[in-house]
Design a protein around this ligand. Structure first.
Ligand code: GDG
Length: 468
């Protein structure tokens, strides 16, 4: 059997796990069989940058990491990946801040990563690269003579040509993305957008299965929604709901219900709009005042970027206004924290919550929606309010689907969710839960790796040339 080599920007080192267990580590846990290798950035900045590869082993998995220099960290990670690509891929052209030297830095770090990875590779390794930071990895590995099968999964949305081509150097980036054997997206819509960009920008016409030939190699674009380990999360939620943190939260609520939001503090997550909608809810439905508190956990992220600093100030302001307007001496409508919470504690909080408010303006998938469903008590489940612009909405239509820009609609969904009878809550939850259990982390990894293992690496075949 081939060895799996995972490549991602941040490597979740065993020594660092805890409060920040990210979605990627959870989604890939199943695929990482003993013997696998995980390669990427150490999270450290050092004067010499990526000169040395640090190797750690835990549970028969090898973690290989490199540092970044301060200059590379700024151009690759802060400025291009998160200051240009992230807003672009979330339809936020107004926030796109492109500088050609940052793109050069992005390309250079991908080249450094490829050079550090090559000595660790074996001829039959399957290489699985993750996310927008590392789009040029395959091209850089190929330039160094790597002939292995290489796949890429994009965790964000992909955008249609009229948005994508606003990015200077977009054709170069897209041509690099087409150097993989398999390119995976969460939804049909994202794959469609990618194939439209390929057709429009590269003049190549993919077939109805998402296959085409680029640079002499067959490429296949697939739909593979990311999932969670629903059973494990559910167990964690049951256990944590009996633990200390859940008890303290329950005691602090008294007889009031809980609504919960959990997101990285990111403008894509729609937190400003959500907070305005929560104010609207208490204005439009005064009968719920003092009956429910909303807890928003918004772990700080990417604090080096101005857009994130501005967002944080804006959220502080809206929370202050909302609480100033509606609080009573014995009741706070909106509890807001910008520190991360431990994963098992979160699972317990999800189980306590009567409502989850998951309203990103755009989101590749959104795992919180799936975690909330997995954490519920089947006999008395809560209600999920979900943005139509999260990839998860494609799979979870039995949630209360809302337009995250419409404060009245979110307020109405909160009222609807709180008024919903037990029979309807159970019926909706059963369908949601079935989906979360079926489209789980195991299926996500197996589907991708099956496609990758079967990828046709032969140079251009006549049948494919005819359609390109
Ligand atoms: C990207 C895409 C796509 C959140 N706060 C805390 C915490 N979390 C955990 C959640 C969840 C994960 O982090 C966040 O996953 P999301 O999917 O919601 O969002 P992104 O971080 O933006 O992830 C997204 C995902 O990749 C996977 O493909 O779904 O669309 O943007 O697991 O529970 N975990 C802990 N403390 C926190 O305070 N421990």
């Amino acid at each position: 059997m081939s060895r799996l080599v995972v490549v991602s920007n941040r490597v979740p080192l065993p020594s660092e796990r805890g409060a920040k267990a990210g979605g990627l580590a959870v989604a890939l846990a199943d695929a990482l069989q003993p013997g696998s290798l995980w390669f990427g950035w150490s999270g450290r900045r050092s004067a010499r940058g990526g000169g040395t590869t640090h190797i750690q082993r835990a549970d028969s998995i090898t973690y290989a990491t490199v540092d970044l220099s301060e200059a590379d960290y700024n151009s690759f990670y802060v400025n291009f990946a998160n200051g240009a690509l992230w807003p672009l891929l979330h339809f936020r052209l107004g926030l796109l801040d492109f500088h050609v030297e940052d793109y050069a830095g992005y390309r250079a770090v991908n080249r450094q990563f490829a050079a550090a990875l090559v000595p660790l590779l074996r001829p039959d390794d399957l290489i699985w690269v993750h996310d927008y930071h590392l789009i040029p990895m395959a091209a850089e590995l190929r330039a160094l003579g790597v002939t292995n099968r290489i796949g890429f999964f994009l965790h964000t949305p992909f955008v249609p040509p009229e948005v994508f081509y606003a990015l200077p150097r977009a054709p170069d980036l897209l041509a690099n993305l087409c150097r993989y054997d398999v390119v995976g997206f969460h939804t049909r819509g994202y794959r469609r957008a990618f194939l439209d960009c390929v057709a429009q920008g590269l003049g190549v016409h993919p077939d109805s299965d998402g296959r085409f030939v680029w640079s002499g190699r067959p490429v296949r674009a697939i739909i593979d929604p990311v999932g969670i380990d629903a059973d494990a999360f559910s167990e964690q939620a049951v256990k944590a709901s009996r633990g200390n943190d859940a008890r303290m939260l329950r005691d602090s609520l008294g007889d009031k219900a809980l609504a919960i939001g959990v997101d990285r503090l990111d403008y894509s997550k729609g937190l400003s709009n959500r907070f305005v909608a929560i104010g609207r809810f208490f204005a439009n439905y005064p009968q719920h005042r003092k009956q429910i508190s909303v807890l928003q956990v918004a772990a700080r992220s990417r604090e080096d970027l101005g857009a994130y600093q501005r967002l944080r100030r804006e959220l502080d302001r809206i929370v202050g206004e909302t609480n100033g307007k509606y609080s009573e001496f014995d009741w706070t409508p909106l509890r807001y924290m910008t520190r991360a919470v431990k994963r098992d504690t979160l699972a317990g909080f999800f189980r306590l919550a009567r409502l989850a408010i998951v309203t990103p303006l755009r989101d590749g998938m959104n795992l919180v929606a799936k975690e909330y469903v997995a954490a519920q008590d089947p006999d008395d489940p809560g209600v999920l309010i979900l943005s139509r612009f999260a990839g998860a909405a494609d799979e979870l239509p039995e949630a209360l689907i809302v337009n995250p820009y419409d404060a009245d609609e979110i307020a109405e969904a909160m009222h609807h969710g709180l008024s919903m009878d037990l029979a309807e809550r159970r019926e909706r939850w059963r369908s949601l839960h079935k989906n979360v259990c079926t489209n789980n982390a195991h299926r996500f990894c197996t589907l991708f790796l099956t496609h990758l293992a079967r990828a046709d690496t032969q140079p251009e075949r006549p049948s494919l040339r005819a359609i390109s």
